[in-house]
Design a binder for this molecule. Structure first.
Ligand SMILES: *Cc1c(COP(=O)(O)O)cnc(C)c1O
Length: 403
């Protein structure tokens, strides 16, 4: 089933799925069974801390591991306050609420993201407004954001509104795709200029840095995820990050049923959420965070080996970290040239048949029925990325093969 593709200069360019399978095999060897896209690694104090937690009987919503996990997160991300919650989606929901997103507002977000970013906007009764992604960062494109704001936004006494829908634009929510930081300075400058809150979806990017600063430390609010497939896992879990102490206190309050501290009385001063992370999960998280540097090192080594394996294969490009950033390379990605986009599924099938748990990008948010009517700018780059991106097995346990 060989297809002949001719490039703009008329030169014949073939891309055989086997070439890609061979490159992956050169990088990581022949798998024994199926090599998953991202598997957790429990090589530290996990069992010891879990045992300690169970023996203490404090396995649920309070306990010392939650505090310890939060202090460790503050240290790793360089933020003043981390609040641990049940999952990354809950963290995002709380971040949007804390940023002042209200029913009927709009939140600008990428179409190329995991459903959690968009769902969390909808949980607030708000409407996502999609802007295009950058080929370099795979995240929100600052230029596309600038163009879109220029086209539709208007400053008013009550905030910046979308002139076309009349709705207030309450937040801008970039997401650091697969660990690659977005161009945060440019996006933050636009958020400032238009007086719109910036909320970072840093769910995939714990450990990544932008101009030397950990991601999640620059915006007023950021969300992390510790789902089983993330770089660090608590089984399920997430965290809210902020440098604003008052906002941090409010984050804790809102995610712990908004209960006023009292020896025995049950008084809640607003509709809060039961979003707190159980102590049992936090115990796992403490053990995992102790290994973050090691996970980063092994994932970055794997990325370097993939990059080399694909360096001389025409028609395919390895997605490397954007300049001025350090990516945690949560998921490694390759992009087929547009000329070969039609063969993506053949490549995916060949990789999976060979035991490599490769995956396509997420279906873009505006194609999903519940967000099909959402406002959006031009999404041609996101659509192009969607057609031709392939994620490769990326677990920290994979032993990259040095040539
Ligand atoms: C994982 C992830 C989340 C959070 O997911 P949970 O499973 O709820 O922890 C949010 N946004 C993105 C982009 C993610 O990849």
């Amino acid at each position: 089933m060989s297809e002949v593709v001719v490039d703009s200069s008329g030169t014949r360019v073939d891309l055989e799925p086997k070439t890609i399978v061979d490159a992956v095999r050169r990088a990581v060897g022949t798998p024994n069974g199926m090599l998953g896209l991202h598997e957790p690694v429990f090589a530290g104090n996990e069992v010891a801390y879990l045992e300690e937690c169970i023996k203490s009987t404090f396995v649920s919503s309070v306990g010392p591991f939650v505090d310890r996990f939060e202090r460790m997160l503050e240290e790793v991300t360089g933020t003043k306050r981390a609040v641990a919650v049940v999952n990354g989606t809950a963290a995002l929901h709380a971040c949007f609420r804390l940023a002042g997103v209200e029913p009927g507002d709009e939140v600008i977000s990428p179409a190329l993201t995991f459903i959690a970013t968009t769902n969390a906007i909808a949980y607030c009764g708000a409407v996502p407004h999609f802007v295009d992604s950058s080929l370099e960062t795979l995240g929100m494109d600052a230029r596309a954001l600038a163009v879109r704001l220029e086209a539709i936004a208007q400053k008013t006494a009550t905030g910046t509104i979308n002139r076309e829908t009349g709705r207030r634009i309450a937040a801008i929510a970039p997401m650091h795709t697969f660990g690659h930081p977005v161009d945060l300075d440019a996006i933050a400058a636009l958020a400032d200029e238009w007086n719109i809150a910036l909320v970072e979806d840093a769910a995939e990017s714990l450990g990544s840095t932008y101009k030397g600063h950990p991601v999640g430390s620059q915006a007023r609010l950021a969300a992390l995820s510790f789902n089983g497939n993330k770089i660090v896992t608590t089984g399920g879990g997430g965290a809210i990050l902020t440098n604003d102490e008052a906002l941090g206190r409010r984050a804790k309050h809102l995610t712990t049923t908004a209960k006023l501290p009292h020896k025995w009385a049950f008084i809640h001063d607003e509709v809060g959420y039961n979003y707190r992370l159980p102590n049992l999960n936090a115990a796992l998280g403490c053990a995992q965070l102790e290994q973050l540097d090691g996970f980063m090192a092994s994932k970055r080594k794997l990325a370097a080996v993939y990059e080399r394996a694909f360096a001389h294969i025409p028609g395919v490009r390895f997605s490397r970290e954007p300049k001025d950033t350090t990516s945690n390379y949560w998921l490694n990605a390759i992009l087929l040239d547009e000329a070969h986009a039609g063969r993506r599924d053949e490549v995916l099938a060949a990789l999976n048949d060979a035991g490599f748990g490769a995956r396509p990008a997420w279906t873009l948010m505006h194609r999903l029925p519940m967000f099909a009517q959402s406002p959006r700018g031009d999404l041609s780059t996101a659509e192009s990325i969607e057609r031709r991106l392939i994620n490769l097995p990326s677990s920290a346990s994979i032993r990259a093969r040095d040539e």
